[in-house]
Write a protein that binds this ligand. Sequence first.
Ligand code: GA4
Length: 332
Amino acid sequence: MVVLSQPTLDDFSLIKTCKPSGNLFTGIPVIDLSAPDAKTLLVEACQEFGFFKVVNHGVCLELMARLEAEAIKFFNLPQSDKDKAGPPSPFGYGNKKIGPNGDVGWIEYLLFSTNPEYISHKTSLSIFQEKPEIFRSAVKEYISKVRDVVCEVLELIADGLKIEPRNMMSKLLRDEKSDSVFRLNHYPPCPELQALSGRNLIGFGEHTDPQIMSAVRSNNTTGLQISLRDGTWVSVPPDHSSFFINVGDSLQVMTNGRFRSVRHRVLADSLKSRVSMIYFGGPPVSEKIRPLSPLMEVGEESLYKEFTWCEYKKSAYKSRLGDNRLGLFEKT
Ligand code: GA4
């Protein structure tokens, strides 16, 4: 019997590349959470881009820097130590492989459930031999602060859409059973490839986020790109002191298609490491995902079949990263 050896990921060959786009897009909406017109601007940004930057959010930069430093300490550990925290199933350390269905990218990451029980044992404790509680408490504190920001954004959006009560969406993220996820990503630089081909490696391929809303904070390295309505990819100027917020598939359904869940991707920089931390705010697993009734016009029908978050997640984990996951739930 001939046993074929599995292809290894130790080279670039399986990872897609992309021509770097030099220009940074200047049209990303910037929302000052303390401004009186924030609610109107948020609704407009969710409709047009499904993406915006939030400033004046109240999260202290020292906390972001502390968590970033802990993440870097982890990613600097010997590979064999990092591998002890993997593979992600779905939580834990992952290297180049994304999800269970063959997607790959120029990335290593840690995925956590925001549920405190998981934060304590599955990922962090075993890998931080040295002072694990420092890392764990930075993750916990950061999640609680970034969740507050996303909840405030969702409440302002409810005001802008005249939805009452204003916590109709945010309460799903605050629920103790909220099925939210947190990830720390490290995109190593790829100078060899840049030198050979003038191209950049794709760190995280194009996709939409399945949850309600996600908040990204990264160091000052470029790489994040979003797809505009006409399908053009544009590069987001990095800003380590702000949050970049994505509308997820669930919010697209809850607004019956008024908001768009934005396709986005990350290209590895040729020279600088990119480190990002992302909170994905999701509902409890048993929650029905359907258009919010105060939003529906008389006679308006849902564009989507009704489903629970559990059903959507199951379906998402059977999909490839770039698939149109909501397509399966659209009414024909
Ligand atoms: C995309 C958004 C989040 O990063 C994530 C990803 C998840 C994973 O990395 O395990 C998925 C992807 C994401 C959607 C489809 C499935 C699941 C990889 C993948 C191929 C943590 C999430 O919730 O969905």
